[in-house]
Write a protein that binds this ligand. Structure first.
Ligand code: CUA
Length: 352
């Protein structure tokens, strides 16, 4: 089953305590230490309370003495809290370390209420765009450049790293790394409006070979649409250079297998104005406001992690997105009939 936001929240062990990489491992160690220390302090306080109420007089005197107050009330918390502060700040600094130069870079932008995902080359240029799904190779640190298009969001994939705010007008960095392949659910962790709770994504960690294959497939598609990346066999970071522009519109009309006087899914998509908000590489759909749909067919979820992606949910989302996620920026296309919705869904399924 797909690891969506729901799994991330309800799975067991909870993702915060189930690290799948070195960065989240450090966060988990800190979390357990805080829990252990907290439990210890609680125990000491309960014992002191017991002594104060029912303990022998000799102990009561000691507990109320100046020495106990200086040691237990000032020195102990002072030392422990200072140590935790230093630990926490050092840990945060290691998660947000600046780019050294050879890491894979992905820009993730929080939008109301979904995540724009852009794979970058070493110079920071965008070579590939997707939404609500982040693919990374196992065993390599990946630097995320976090931004926001509107309000403050917070990026959190607890299996892979700590939590980091996405702030309008500012770029923050967060490192993630997976040490095993898998699908790891993520959420927006900062209240950002009505559908904050329905703003999820999935991070997919691939073994190196699988990742290359995934990347090469995408690249092939993009090259045919004139936006490809040269030499995908090379290590990713070194190879993420944008190929020269080729002619667009080179893709066949994949939806036109029905009879010819029936509008194809692609034509319906264009006629309905979907291309004003969505981009599909290789077609005239060039909108930037909504999620890029070039690879929509291969995504695991729809609506930012809230639905599995299949023909039925695609039809439902296009026809009635305002019921599924009220207030989101995509209007319900309820003027389209069932056949038209299905034709568009079939065409979108083919965009992989
Ligand atoms: Cu975006 Cu909460």
């Amino acid at each position: 089953m797909v690891s969506t936001m729901i799994d991330a929240l309800w799975g067991w062990p909870p993702p915060v305590l189930d690290p799948a990489g070195p960065y989240s491992g450090k966060v988990t160690t800190l979390a357990w230490s805080l829990f252990g220390l907290g439990a210890f302090v609680t125990l000491v306080v309960v014992l002191a309370l017991w002594v104060a109420i029912k303990g022998p007089d000799k102990w009561k005197a000691k507990l109320g003495g100046e020495r106990a107050i200086w040691l237990g009330g000032v020195a102990f918390p002072g030392v422990v809290l200072t140590a935790l502060l230093v630990w926490g700040l050092t840990l945060t600094a290691s998660l947000t370390e600046p780019i050294h130069g050879d890491e894979m870079r992905i820009r993730v932008t929080g939008e109301m209420w979904w995540f724009r995902v852009q794979y970058l080359d070493p110079s920071g240029a965008v070579v590939m765009e997707d939404a609500n799904e982040i693919h990374i190779p196992v065993g390599r640190p990946v630097v995320l450049e976090l931004e926001s298009a509107d309000v403050i969001h917070s990026f959190w994939v607890p299996h892979l790293s700590g939590k980091k705010d996405m702030i309008p007008g500012r770029r923050t960095l967060l490192r993630i790394e997976a040490d095993r392949p898998g699908e790891f659910g993520g959420v927006c962790a900062e209240y950002c409006g009505r559908q904050h709770a329905l703003m999820g994504f999935v991070a997919v960690a691939h073994e190196d070979d699988d990742f290359r294959e995934w990347y090469a497939e995408r690249n092939e598609r993009l090259v045919s649409a004139g936006r490809g990346i040269a030499t995908p066999e090379e290590p990713l970071s070194a190879s993420m250079t944008v190929a020269s522009e080729q002619s667009a519109d080179s893709r066949p009309d994949a939806g036109a297998d029905a009879n010819s006087d029936q509008l194809s899914g692609q034509q319906l998509f264009m006629q309905s104005g979907c291309g004003a908000c969505h981009r599909v590489a290789g077609t005239e759909a060039n909108g930037l406001a909504g999620p890029d749909l070039t690879h929509i067919g291969s995504r695991r979820t729809l609506g930012a992690g809230i639905l599995p992606n299949n023909r039925g949910t695609l039809i439902g989302w296009i026809g009635d997105s305002q019921s599924l996620k009220p207030g989101n920026r995509m209007p319900s296309y309820d003027m389209l009939n069932a056949d038209e919705l299905e034709a568009i869904a079939i065409w979108l399924e083919q965009q992989r």
